[in-house]
Write a protein that binds this ligand. Structure first.
Ligand code: SF4
Length: 496
C-alpha cells in the first residue's frame, strides 16, 4: 500500500475527523468559503517574529516540490550548531516543516510557534507528529516545545520578544503520544485506502465537528437534516444539541414538547405556529422611562494587533479607533450626529479616542449602546491605561444603558429573530426590507470584522484609497448608531 502524503496540518485535521481529509481531497468545492485572511496573516506575523527568538537563523524558503526544502535542511543540519527555521523532513510520506529547529552537537530541539494565547490539545498532536517524523529519521530530539503568545505582556517603548512569547516544554507529552501517532497514521492510511473517490465514507456528526475547529464541511454533512433543526436553536450549548440529535430529537416538531429551556421552546413555538410579534408593553415602557435626556446612541469600532504596536497595550488588546454618536438632546429635539475616526499612525490613538468622546459626552444623560459588555470593557481599559481619565470613563460607564436588554429578556420578540437578540437579527426583524437599514447596501464595510480589517489596512494605501476607506468606515459606523435610534423609535411606537 502506498502511503498518502500527510503534512502536520493534514494529520491534525484527521485527528479531528478523518472525513475532513477525504472531503478535502475528493470534494473540496463543498467546503464553506470563510474569510480566514486575518487569522492567517496574524499567524504569519507572529511566526516571522518568533524566528528571531534564538538569535541568528537560517531560513528554508518554501518550495512547492518540498524536495528542495528537505535537501537544504539536510545540508544545514551538518553545519551544527545552528538554528534553522522551516527545517523540513519527510519520513514515509509524513512531512513536516519545523517552525524553529535548534540544531546542537548532541541533538535537536523543535519549537512549534502558535499565534494563540493558550495551549490547545490539538497543538500537542501537532508537535507529537513532528517528534515522530524527526525521531523516525534517526534524529535525537532533545526537546519539543510550544511557543505561544503571552497575553499578559504589556509593551514598553520597544517590543521585548522574550517577554512576548511563552515557551512551554512538552517533550514528555510528545514522547508519550508516539504510539498514538503511529496508530493514527496507520488508521488514516487504511481509511483512505478503503474509501476511494467513489466510496464516500459515512461519518456521524458530533462534537468533533466543532472541536478543536469548526469544520468547513458542516453544511455539507448536515444537508439532509430537516430545517429548522436543533442546531438552529439560539443559545443552546453545542453539547446539548448533539445530545438531542443523538436521541433522535432533531426537527422543531420533534422538540416542541421536549424538556428544554422555555426560551428554546418559545423559539420553536413561534416558528412552528407562525406567531406574530410578542410585545410586553409595560416592560418596554419601563425601559424607555429609565432613559435620561440627552440620549447618546454610541457605538465603537475596534481593531487588535497580535503583536502590540502601541506602548502600554497587550497582544490582541481591542484598540478603539472609531465611534459614531447620534444625540437627541431632549424630547422632540432633532437628531444630531457626531463621530470620530482615528489616524492609523497615531501612537496615542486610544487616548485621542477617549478625549474626543469625553468632549462629546459632556452633559450627563443615557449613553445607549447595544451589548454593553464591549463598550464598558473598553472604557475600563482606558481608565486603567490613563488614570487621569478614569473618573470620566467611570462616569460614562455609570450612564450606560444596554438597548439589547429588552430583546435578551424577550420583552420584545418576533419569529424572525430566530431566538437571537443580536442586532443582526433584531434590526431586520423590526424593519424588514428597509433599504436604509440594510448593511448589504453599504459600499465596502458591512460588519465589525471588515471595519477592523479596513482600518488596519489603511497603512499600505494611497491617500485617495485611504480617503475612500475612511468614508466607508464612517458610513458603516453611522448606520450602527442610526439603527439603534430606529430601535428606540420602534420601542416608543409599540409601547403606546
Ligand atoms: S462536519 Fe463533522 S463529520 Fe463532517 S467532515 Fe466535518 S468533522 Fe467530519
Amino acid at each position: 500500500m502506498s502511503k498518502i502524503h500527510l503534512s502536520k496540518s493534514k494529520y491534525c485535521k484527521c485527528v479531528q475527523c478523518e472525513k475532513i481529509l477525504w472531503l478535502g481531497r475528493y470534494k473540496p468545492e463543498v467546503a464553506a468559503v470563510e474569510d480566514k485572511e486575518t487569522i492567517f496573516e496574524n499567524g504569519r506575523k507572529v511566526g516571522e517574529l518568533a524566528k528571531g527568538l534564538f538569535g541568528e537563523y537560517e531560513d528554508i524558503e518554501f518550495d512547492i516540490t518540498l524536495t528542495q526544502m528537505i535537501e537544504k535542511t539536510k545540508k544545514l543540519l551538518e553545519e551544527k550548531p545552528n538554528v534553522i527555521t522551516e527545517a523540513s523532513f519527510s519520513y514515509e510520506n509524513n512531512f513536516c516543516s519545523v517552525d524553529i529547529l535548534k540544531n546542537d552537537e548532541d541533538g535537536v530541539e523543535l519549537y512549534e510557534v502558535k499565534s494563540s494565547t493558550s495551549i490547545k490539545e490539538i497543538y500537542l498532536d501537532d508537535v507529537a507528529f513532528q517528534y515522530y517524523v524527526l525521531s523516525s529519521l534517526g534524529l535525537n530530539v532533545k526537546k519539543a516545545a510550544l511557543v505561544y503568545v503571552n497575553n499578559e505582556y504589556i509593551r514598553g517603548e520597544d517590543l521585548d520578544i522574550s517577554q512576548y512569547f511563552i515557551i512551554e516544554d512538552i517533550t514528555e507529552i510528545a514522547m508519550a503520544k508516539q504510539d498514538e501517532v503511529r496508530a493514527n497514521i496507520e488508521h488514516i492510511n487504511n481509511f483512505m485506502e478503503a474509501h476511494d473517490r467513489d466510496n464516500e465514507p459515512n461519518m456521524e456528526i458530533g462534537m468533533h465537528c466543532c472541536n478543536p475547529y469548526s469544520c468547513d464541511f458542516w453544511a455539507y454533512c448536515t444537508k439532509e437534516l430537516p430545517k429548522p433543526n436543533v442546531f438552529d436553536i439560539s443559545g443552546m450549548y453545542k453539547s446539548q444539541k448533539f445530545e438531542s440529535y443523538a436521541e433522535g430529537k432533531v426537527s422543531f416538531e420533534d422538540l416542541r414538547s421536549a424538556n428544554i429551556n422555555p426560551r428554546y421552546l418559545e423559539q420553536i413555538d413561534f416558528e412552528l405556529n407562525d406567531r406574530g410579534p410578542k410585545v410586553e408593553k409595560q416592560a418596554i415602557k419601563d425601559f424607555l422611562n429609565s432613559l435620561k435626556y440627552p440620549l447618546y446612541f454610541i457605538d465603537y469600532e475596534s481593531c487588535n494587533y497580535p503583536i502590540p504596536e502601541l506602548e502600554g497595550t497587550k497582544p490582541y488588546q481591542q484598540i478603539p479607533f472609531q465611534y459614531s454618536l447620534h444625540i437627541i438632546k431632549e424630547e422632540g429635539a432633532p437628531l444630531e450626529h457626531k463621530e470620530f475616526l482615528g489616524d492609523i499612525n497615531d501612537k496615542n490613538i486610544i487616548r485621542t479616542f477617549a478625549e474626543h468622546m469625553i468632549n462629546d459626552l459632556q452633559e450627563d444623560g443615557s449613553v445607549i449602546v447595544y451589548n454593553k459588555s464591549f463598550e464598558s470593557a473598553r472604557n475600563r481599559e482606558i481608565g486603567e491605561m490613563y488614570p487621569d481619565l478614569k473618573g470620566q470613563m467611570n462616569r460614562i460607564n455609570d450612564n450606560m444603558v444596554d438597548l439589547m436588554v429588552p430583546f435578551r429578556q424577550r420583552n420584545y420578540y418576533t419569529k424572525e429573530m430566530e431566538g437571537s437578540y443580536s442586532i443582526k437579527y433584531v434590526l431586520p426583524a423590526l424593519y424588514p426590507d428597509d433599504p436604509e437599514l440594510d448593511y448589504g447596501n453599504l459600499p465596502s464595510v458591512h460588519n465589525g470584522g471588515e471595519a477592523s480589517d479596513a482600518f488596519l489596512n489603511l497603512k499600505g494605501k494611497s491617500p485617495e484609497e485611504q480617503e475612500q476607506t475612511r468614508e466607508d468606515l464612517l458610513k458603516y459606523c453611522w448606520l450602527d448608531t442610526y439603527a439603534m435610534v430606529k430601535i428606540w423609535e420602534k420601542f416608543k411606537e409599540v409601547a403606546k
